[in-house]
Ligand binder design. Structure first.
Ligand code: ATP
Length: 260
């Protein structure tokens, strides 16, 4: 049997705080298959961002197992692209240059950087805005640049923390369409954090609902909706029933064990 793309086993993470230790992740175990799209949902503070940043290698954990393709994750790497809610673009560089900058760090020549960056700017449909600076771009466009940048060094895994959380509803739907299209064409493993259950159902193969205090996995939902998906599916009984089930799980997990 092939290795899972991501394997998390009995992972624990504690933070120190003035009020005492916070058990941010308690015995979290999760596997992602190659090309699988998995969303993490749950009440604020259940550890979604912590888990994502640990997988990104941006912070460590106290104990447990964390492997990608069977190898331990010990820090950030080009095999994992990260997109956050805030756009994190360099304001003094154009859209094209922001992507080139990431590629220079990956060791490509100047000509390769230019070509690969242009290809990914086109992929996110920003051809006409390649030479615009972030201040000249809308929120959705800035997030397209961030996605182009994350995809440009061809990661095997895309880690996204509320990437569309700051966008208006229409732009958000457009970005969901774009992401689905890119994911269907290029196939990569995605771990996606969102507060929006509709978004999670629309995008995912699987949804992981987490509980708070301590942060842990409380339920898993397989999304059986056919692909390719379209926004019309959002009003079908099947979609709405799953959305309700996930919402109920989030509600049930929003009061911590430590608070009863
Ligand atoms: N740097 C830190 N120091 C201390 N405690 C932290 C730190 N970062 C997160 N926490 C705590 O760890 C728990 C999990 O936080 P985390 O941000 O991962 O949750 P989340 O589910 O992503 O929340 P949200 O949906 O609000 O972003 C919370 O109790 C939070 O207060």
């Amino acid at each position: 049997m092939s290795q899972p793309k991501l394997k998390i086993e009995s992972l624990n993470k504690w933070y120190g705080s003035r009020k005492g230790p916070v058990h941010a992740l308690s015995d979290v175990s999760l596997e992602l298959a190659d090309n699988e799209f998995v969303s993490l949902v749950g009440a604020s503070g259940c550890g979604k961002s912590t888990l994502l940043s640990i997988v990104a290698g941006l912070q460590g954990f106290d104990n447990g197992v964390l492997l990608t393709d069977g190898a331990p994750i010990v820090g950030p790497g080009l095999d994992r692209g990260v997109v956050f809610q805030s756009y994190t673009l360099l304001p003094w560089l154009t859209a094209q240059q922001n992507v080139e900058f990431a590629l220079q760090a990956a060791g490509l020549s100047a000509a390769e950087c230019r070509d690969v960056a242009r290809h990914h700017i086109n992929l996110v449909k920003l051809d006409r805005f390649a030479d615009s600076f972030p201040s000249q771009l809308s929120g959705g466009m800035k997030q397209r640049v961030a996605i182009a940048r994350a995809l440009s060094y061809r990661p095997k895994m895309l880690l996204m923390d509320e990437p569309f959380g700051a966008l208006d509803a229409l732009t958000r739907h457009q970005m969901q369409e774009l992401l689905t299209q890119i994911w269907e064409e290029h196939r990569l493993t995605v771990l996606f954090v969102t507060h929006d259950v509709e978004e999670a159902v629309y995008l995912s193969d699987r949804i992981i609902a987490m509980s708070i205090n301590p942060g842990r996995i409380n339920s898993t939902f397989h999304v059986g909706l056919a692909r390719p998906r379209n926004q019309d599916m959002i009003s079908t009984p099947e979609f709405l029933a799953l959305q309700k089930e996930v919402l109920n799980a989030i509600r049930a997990g929003s009061q911590g064990e430590n608070e009863h």
